[in-house]
Design a protein around this ligand. Structure first.
Ligand code: ADE
Length: 259
């Protein structure tokens, strides 16, 4: 049986991927053939004596720029010319990555079969713009900060996308229960013991009353989102009861949500 989703990763440092990919959910998803991850070292497509992958920027200035030839050769040789799958560049200039983008990539309505996603990891100051213009089909940023290269960002994408593949999580609703999946942050979690250093688990969670627990969790998710990420409330699907609860928060009326 072939894997559901194939990631094709192009990087100058492919060795950083394996330890993470061999852990937990991703390891299991690979073993059960839900995903495969092929790691390609861009340097393998350099044919000069020193295997050079970068060069000084035209126009001067500091830093180095990744050369176009090895990247084009690597991707076209592995995926065809032009590639038939999305080629995603990880870059701080890309569109912001979030749970919705992860789901969109996992569902991949526009993919060929088998589903394939190429992830291109940038390094140095950047990549020759001709790669972005003529090879890359999508650019993704994992946040408004700069990390040393796209490798960590690619792992973030692989992880978040894999969680959406049916069967990747033990719980069939797993990814749908995750923080952000409902458009809200998640409610707080507790496990045994019921009291630790004098700090008690909220009584409602010990009550055995499923309806009360569900209401408490929903209100905690709303409260947390209201306090920490109010921007998310603009697009979150909210019921009339949710709105009423938020209005009460807005009015400064802090409900005792532990009851
Ligand atoms: N490469 C460097 N910084 C990045 C970011 N924030 N997102 C994706 N790729 C990156």
């Amino acid at each position: 049986m072939s894997a559901t989703l194939h990631f094709e990763v192009f990087s100058l440092f492919p060795e950083v991927f394996e330890p993470y990919l061999q852990t937990s959910i991703l390891q299991r998803a690979r073993q059960s053939n839900l995903v495969s991850v092929a790691l390609h070292n861009i340097r393998d497509w350099t044919y000069d004596r020193h295997h050079v992958t970068d060069d000084e920027p035209y126009g001067g200035g500091g830093g180095m720029v990744m050369k176009p030839e090895p990247i084009f050769r690597a991707i076209e040789e592995c995926l065809g010319a032009p590639p038939t799958c999305p080629v995603i560049l990880l870059t701080p200039q890309g569109r912001p990555f979030n749970q919705k983008v992860a789901q969109e990539l996992a569902e991949g309505a526009s993919f060929e079969q088998p589903k394939r996603l190429a992830l291109l990891c940038g390094r140095y100051e950047g990549i020759d713009e001709r790669v972005c213009e003529h090879l890359v089909t999508d650019e993704i940023s994992i946040g408004d900060y700069v990390i040393t290269g796209g490798e960590l960002a690619a792992l973030v994408v692989i992880d978040a996308v894999t969680r959406f593949l049916p069967g990747a999580l033990g719980d069939p609703d797993g990814a749908l229960d995750d923080s952000h999946a409902s458009g809200l942050l998640e409610y707080p979690h507790y496990t045994r013991p019921a009291e630790f250093r004098g700090w008690r688990v909220p009584d409602v969670l010990l009550s055995g009353d499923h309806a009360k627990v569900a209401l408490w969790r929903r209100q905690q998710a709303l409260l947390r989102t209201y306090q920490r990420r109010p921007d998310l409330l603009i697009n979150a699907p909210l019921s009339a009861a949710d709105r009423k609860f938020l209005q009460q928060l807005d009015a400064g009326k802090w409900l005792d949500t532990t009851e």
